[in-house]
Structure formats: structure tokens, C-alpha cells
Design a protein around this ligand. Structure first.
Ligand code: GTQ
Ligand code: FE2
Length: 374
């Protein structure tokens, strides 16, 4: 620490005595507010993170090479490769609060059982064949499926297929690193044969996966949603219905040509995880979202279609699988631009997750749309 005498109107006049005072502060490990206020208490958030884009093709290629070179086992635990925001000091942090990684499992491979306080989810942009075993309940993973997994649940992954599979993980690892709240335990080294079954639906879905219906026998409470898989067919139908209703003059869409759904905990109707919000947005071909910003950071992955996204002063053409970061209070907008290689509708489907539950719990949530404060 080295205090400097700042020559500015709101600062004391430099003098030998002032310099001596500052040396005294230093020796006693004291820092006055007046030299730090601009950084500590800015008029609005100035994120340390920057907008950044990672191309899916590049991630997948590197993950595939790791599949051949790096074993999965006790200690390393997961073949997960994290996005490191270029301005967060090389740490594996996509944003100051969120971890985002591509995870890769070779055919027949298992990732061993463990549990941790970090809240997590998996999202699948392509492929199938992996089952995540949460608390001994095998949960299938396929394209478009979202699998939340609240902290402290035992979990392992196993690839029952004859092809490698990749997906993305989202966790609150950086937030828990900052808050020094982490606990971690190893589970069994191998899951049992009874957990190696590959059912189409997990037990959690059979119990909790019926719209608007919850079992009257309230089972043991767990952290986060008890529903462990939100299947793509349901998400897709919800978005299709929203857009069609708008055409019929019914309310429901966020803005013209822009439908969105939030993954929720069926026991509370609130967010699926205590620290992470997750949503799927569909922007109709040719439609554009209004630029908006909020406190807190987000990660997006293009699920389908292609388009142009703008994050602050950065703008990229994006396509299936591409991942990008929206830092706190940086404006974001997206435009759907159908390209010849896109499947069916030409809509841009964007999966996104963010740290909004933390900000809302602490009353730190603020947003504005095109300059209108909310
Ligand atoms: O799959 O259990 O990307 O514990 C980071 C930490 C994945 C996992 C990650 C984890 C996992
Ligand atoms: Fe884990």
C-alpha cells in the first residue's frame, strides 16, 4: 500500500506535513476514505469484468482434446474447463460471481460422486447419453434440458453412450469464493449398478414434473428445486405458445417478438437455485430486444438460431453454442438474424443465467430499459 497525495480540488493541499501524515497512515495500516472514494463508492457499478465471447466450436475442440489427454477421477473430480473473464486476473471466473464451464465425458466414463455448498446446474446445447446421478436418482441429459442442482446434494455423472458428450455447467463458485462459505466432501468412488440404469425420466420428474401439481406428501425439503430436469419439450412449447398468443392479441410476451420463460422451483415458484436465476429467451426472426441493463452479471449461451448481440461497446454475430458475458450495469440487446444454416423457425433462442437472486435478496437489484430507470 502506498498512499499518494492527490492534486485535485477535493483533496488537501500537498505539503511535507501531509506526506508525513500519509506515511503515518501507512505504517499503522490505515487508509483514508478521501483517496479511495471514487473506486469504492462510484455513482453506478463499474464492473471489473468485461464483455467477452467464447465460440462453441473452439471450446468443443479443446474439450475433445482434453478428453483424450486428461483422465477424470478423484481429486480433479471433473473434466470441466472454465471461462476466464479476461479482466479478472486469469481466475476461472466468467463474472465476479459466476462460474461457467464446458464439461466433457468420454463414452463409458464416470465422474465421481461428491457434494459441495456451491449451487450448480447443467445445460445441454447438443448431444445426449449422459445421466447425472443426484442423490442416487439418475437424471437424463439431452439437448435443451436444464438440470438444476442445489448445494450439498451428492452428484456424479456417467456417460452410458458410445460417443463423447459435452455440456455447460453454471455454478456460484466465484461468489462462494468471495464470501468464504464453501464446504466440500468426496462421496463414494463408484456409483452402484442400480444407479447405472438409464430411465427416460428421473424419479424427481415423476414426483415433481407435472405442471401446477405438487405431491401432497411433502417430501424432505432440499436446497433449490426438487425438480432435477426441465425438459426441452416443455420449454419449447411454453415459448411457442407465448409468441402465438401475442399474435392472437393476448398479453404474455416481454416485448414484440420476444418470449421468455424462467426456470422455477415448483415448491416456491421462485428461482430454481438460491443464488442463480436461469431463463430461456426466444427472439423471433427479424425482431430485436430493447437495450437494457441491470445490477449483477449474466452469462448467455446461444441455444439455437443466429443473430447479433451487443454488450456495451462490443458486438458479435453469434451462432449455436457461443457463450458470452454481460457484466453488471452494461447494456445488452440482441437481434435475431436468420441464416441459411439455421433449423426450422429462424428464431434466436438464448439460454441465460445470472446472479439476480443474490441482488434481490439484498435489495441491490436495479434495472433500466433504454434509459428508463426501474
Ligand atoms: O459437475 O460437479 O464445472 O463440482 C465445477 C464444479 C462441475 C460438477 C463444474 C463441479 C462440477
Ligand atoms: Fe460438483
Amino acid at each position: 500500500m502506498r498512499l499518494t497525495v492527490v492534486d485535485a480540488p477535493d483533496q488537501p493541499t500537498p505539503s511535507d506535513e501531509l506526506a508525513e501524515l500519509y506515511r503515518g497512515f501507512e505504517q499503522e495500516l490505515l487508509v483514508p476514505l478521501w483517496t479511495e472514494i471514487g473506486d469504492l463508492m462510484p455513482p453506478h457499478p463499474r464492473s471489473k469484468a468485461v464483455p467477452h465471447l467464447w465460440r462453441w466450436a473452439g471450446l468443443l475442440e479443446l474439450a475433445g482434446r482434453a478428453g483424450h489427454l486428461v483422465p477424470v477421477g478423484r481429486g480433479g473430480e471433473r473434466r470441466a474447463i472454465a471461462l476466464a473473464n479476461p479482466s479478472l486476473g486469469g481466475r476461472p471466473f466468467a463474472t465476479p460471481t459466476l462460474w461457467a464451464a464446458i464439461q466433457y465425458l468420454m463414452p463409458g466414463e464416470d465422474a465421481p460422486e461428491h457434494r459441495h455448498t456451491q449451487h450448480a446446474f447443467r445445460f445441454v446445447v447438443e448431444g445426449e447419453g449422459v445421466w447425472t446421478v443426484v442423490g442416487q436418482d439418475p437424471v437424463p441429459m439431452g439437448r435443451g434440458d436444464f438440470l438444476p442442482q442445489g448445494g450439498w446434494n451428492w452428484h456424479a455423472h456417467h456417460n452410458a453412450a458410445d460417443r463423447p458428450m459435452a455440456w455447460i455447467d453454471g455454478l456460484d463458485i466465484p461468489f462462494q469464493y468471495l464470501t468464504e462459505s464453501q464446504f466440500f466432501e468426496f462421496g463414494r468412488d463408484a456409483i452402484s449398478d442400480a444407479e447405472r440404469i438409464t430411465p427416460d425420466r428421473s424419479r424427481s420428474e415423476r414426483l415433481w414434473g407435472h405442471p401446477g401439481l405438487r405431491p401432497v406428501s411433502a417430501p424432505a425439503a432440499q436446497t433449490g428445486s426438487p425438480l432435477l430436469r426441465y425438459a426441452w419439450a416443455d420449454t419449447d412449447r411454453a415459448l411457442t405458445d407465448q409468441l402465438e398468443l401475442a399474435d392472437e392479441g393476448y398479453p404474455g410476451v416481454l416485448e414484440p417478438g420476444h418470449a421468455a420463460v424462467r426456470y422455477t422451483n415448483p415448491t416456491t415458484a421462485g428461482d430454481v437455485l438460491p443464488t442463480i436465476r436461469a431463463e430461456m429467451h426466444r427472439i423471433r426472426s427479424g425482431a430485436e430486444t430493447a437495450p437494457s441493463r441491470q445490477t449483477g452479471s449474466a452469462v448467455y449461451q446461444v441455444f439455437d438460431g443466429s443473430g447479433r448481440v451487443t454488450v456495451g461497446d462490443r458486438s458479435w454475430s453469434v451462432t449455436r453454442g457461443d457463450l458470452f458475458v454481460v457484466p453488471s450495469w452494461v447494456p445488452f440487446s440482441a437481434r435475431s438474424e436468420a441464416s441459411a444454416s439455421d433449423s426450422d423457425s429462424g428464431a434466436l433462442d438464448l439460454f441465460t443465467f445470472n446472479d439476480a437472486p443474490i441482488f434481490e435478496a439484498l435489495r441491490l437489484d436495479r434495472s433500466s430499459v433504454e434509459g428508463k430507470d426501474a
